[in-house]
Write a protein that binds this ligand. Structure first.
Ligand code: SAM
Length: 299
């Protein structure tokens, strides 16, 4: 996943088409990351389109800043969590927006830097925080892995990892404590449930996903963010979300189906069926494999 191909923005053509990016448009990219999608949005909205890019991760923002420097005042970057982005938009002169975009999950940079503790196969500390390390409220992966009671750990792995063997894994982790690094955690999982020969994904993938979602409260923030989006958009403005696993996608799907039905709908769903990347794109960029795109228009 953390290959150089991971730097390619996922489902880019589909995202631009669904956002209906146009010259002069104003857009929010709520997970600007390394600025791949943002750059394309700025190009497609030239000469005078504007983009506000936000991200929880200060390191992502500085990478995006370098990449988007050529656009000068057309690009504005701010550090915040998704569920704080409405307040940040309100603080600019950009609302109402023509489009709101997000491409959820971890960036290839976060996976590539061992110290961030996101990668299964690279030895690093158990961290997984997307936000700045001095954020007071944040728990780290280390705390969850080493301090949570076995039952709570099992529930987390079951719920956020959608992993059936959660109890066995949680017991294996507890027996192995103290666990200091990502690779030790991955090994504890392998020892608990084994390694299927020829398996496409590492057996600890779901466990890492579960811990990461909890550390960053990603699902909670996504749901809160979606509730704020209608208030940021003009009528006819577009919402486009790329999710990478069924938990995220379910939240987007439920939100859109609730908001597009009933007596006072606020969105019209544009993707009756979820959009998936083409076989070609998956070949070029394996990270795209699990992407799911949904889009809607504000009404
Ligand atoms: C997949 S990357 C985005 C990549 C970007 N579209 C690009 O082309 O370079 C996801 C980014 O979203 C950020 N992120 C994920 N969940 C977030 C949340 N709830 N609030 C703020 N940022 C979040 C991560 O820090 C990461 O930088």
């Amino acid at each position: 996943m953390a290959s150089s191909a991971g730097h390619l923005p996922v489902m880019l053509d589909e995202a631009l088409a669904m956002l209906e990016v146009r010259p002069g448009g104003r857009y929010l990219d709520g997970t600007v990351g390394l600025g791949g999608h943002a750059l394309a949005i700025l190009e497609a909205s030239a000469p005078d389109g504007r983009l506000l890019g936000t991200d929880a991760d200060p390191e992502a923002l500085s990478a995006a800043g370098e990449r988007l420097a050529q656009f000068e005042a057309r690009a504005t970057l701010r550090r915040c969590w998704l569920d704080q982005s409405a307040a940040v938009v309100a603080d600019t002169d950009m609302a109402p927006l023509d489009g709101v975009f997000c491409d959820l999950g971890v960036s290839s940079m976060q996976l590539d830097i061992a110290e961030r503790g996101f990668a299964i196969r690279v030895e690093g500390p158990l961290d997984m925080r997307m936000g700045p390390s001095d954020e007071r409220e944040a728990v780290t992966a280390h705390e969850i892995v080493n301090e949570w009671p076995s039952t709570e750990l099992a529930n987390l792995i079951f719920e956020y990892g959608e992993e059936r063997r959660s109890r066995r894994i949680a017991r294996g982790i507890v027996e192995r404590r103290p666990i200091a690094t990502t690779t030790e955690l991955a090994q504890a999982v392998v020892d608990a449930i084994g390694m299927r020969p020829g398996a496409r994904i590492h057996p600890a993938t779901r466990v890492f996903q579960a811990i990461r979602l909890e550390v960053n409260r990603e699902l909670e923030r996504l749901a809160a963010f979606l509730e704020q989006v209608r208030g940021m958009l003009r009528i006819g403005g577009r919402l486009v979300v790329i999710a990478f696993h069924s938990l995220e996608d379910r939240i987007v799907k439920r939100f859109l189906s609730e908001q597009s039905t009933g007596p006072t709908p606020s969105f019209r769903t544009l993707t009756r069926r979820v959009m998936r990347p083409t076989v070609d794109e998956i070949e070029r960029n394996p990270r795209a494999r699990s992407a799911r795109l949904r889009a809607a228009e504000a009404i």
